[in-house]
Design a protein around this ligand. Sequence first.
Ligand SMILES: Nc1ncnc2c1ncn2[C@@H]1O[C@H](COP(=O)(O)OP(=O)(O)OP(=O)(O)O)[C@@H](O)[C@H]1O
Length: 347
Amino acid sequence: MELIGKICCGGAQEEQQSISRSKNKNWRVFSLKELQVATNNFSSKRKLGEGGFGSVFYGKLPDGSKIAVKKLKVWSVNNELAFSVEVETLGRAKHKNLLRLLGYCAEGQERLIVYDFMPNLCLVSHLHGKHSANSILDWKRRMHIVLGSAEGLEYLHHYAVPHIIHRDVKASNVLLDSNYEAKVSDFGFAKFMPDGVTHVTTRVKGTVGYLAPEYAMWGRVSESCDVYSFGILLLEIISGKKPIEKMGNGEKRTIVEWAVPLVYQGKLQALLDPKLQERINQDEVRRMIQIASLCAQSNPEKRPTMREVVLLLKGAPAHTLIAQKPKLEAVKYNEELLAADEEDDSY
Ligand SMILES: Nc1ncnc2c1ncn2[C@@H]1O[C@H](COP(=O)(O)OP(=O)(O)OP(=O)(O)O)[C@@H](O)[C@H]1O
């Protein structure tokens, strides 16, 4: 583990593995001075946003390239771990739908991570934030973002070695480049899954509203938890609704609780974001809702894998997947699915 080895620890075998990776590494170590210059000394005018780890600043390197610099708020053991995990994960993962790591800086207690700058910021700002009023996220663009996010997750689950579980899939962790290509970001909670390991039990991380029930309740984490979160994200992209809404009476309602009755009554139009002005093919809407329903099932055994999700999004008929995978036989691939899920929904 080259990066983590430098930052905190690393075994001989991992060191060996890192040698082949470092040949084609595309990140580097930055000095604090360089990043101060690039961000105009972390000027508040350059601030792009803030998350749990710290603030993110826009910057420009001497060669003109635009960067985003995530600066750790306060040093702590947990934050150091999140920093190492993020750098290690992104340093080894390369895919068109994952945010590209340019490098990091670790000087004294300063911890900074340098990424490609994403001019269209994060998906959440287009769905609910400051860009949502004049959002230009039409249906076609939304579907492109859905497919891109799914392909990024498919890479993490099926092609990265070892496999990676993201554990914090949500709209604010999907960034958008100048062409609105989705880039999955924020790997501070990521977990590596060695070959043959199906799940691990851990302390719960992630974001309320997106957490799979088995993970929220028992800390049981597997790739399937990301699939559940992806299902919530898909419902959010279709409807423009937040994963959890505060009702007038102070109670909270999840997006699944809101969507289930509408699906059951066949009111697909009511599920669509009112900001979507154009006429949208009802079959496509139905298919997207069905995929979201498959992903957001309470029972992790019944959820599809991200590879299957990508195939479904690309139009593969569900029955071809069912033929390949007996696990899906149990799933009713029709509009009653969400209604059935309502009965055993346990969170
Ligand atoms: N590479 C980037 N390019 C452009 N903007 C970015 C980039 N990375 C992050 N941002 C902006 O900074 C904000 C904060 O990002 P950050 O990943 O720190 O937190 P978050 O995902 O919003 O919250 P949390 O810590 O709960 O996951 C994002 O919402 C996004 O608007």
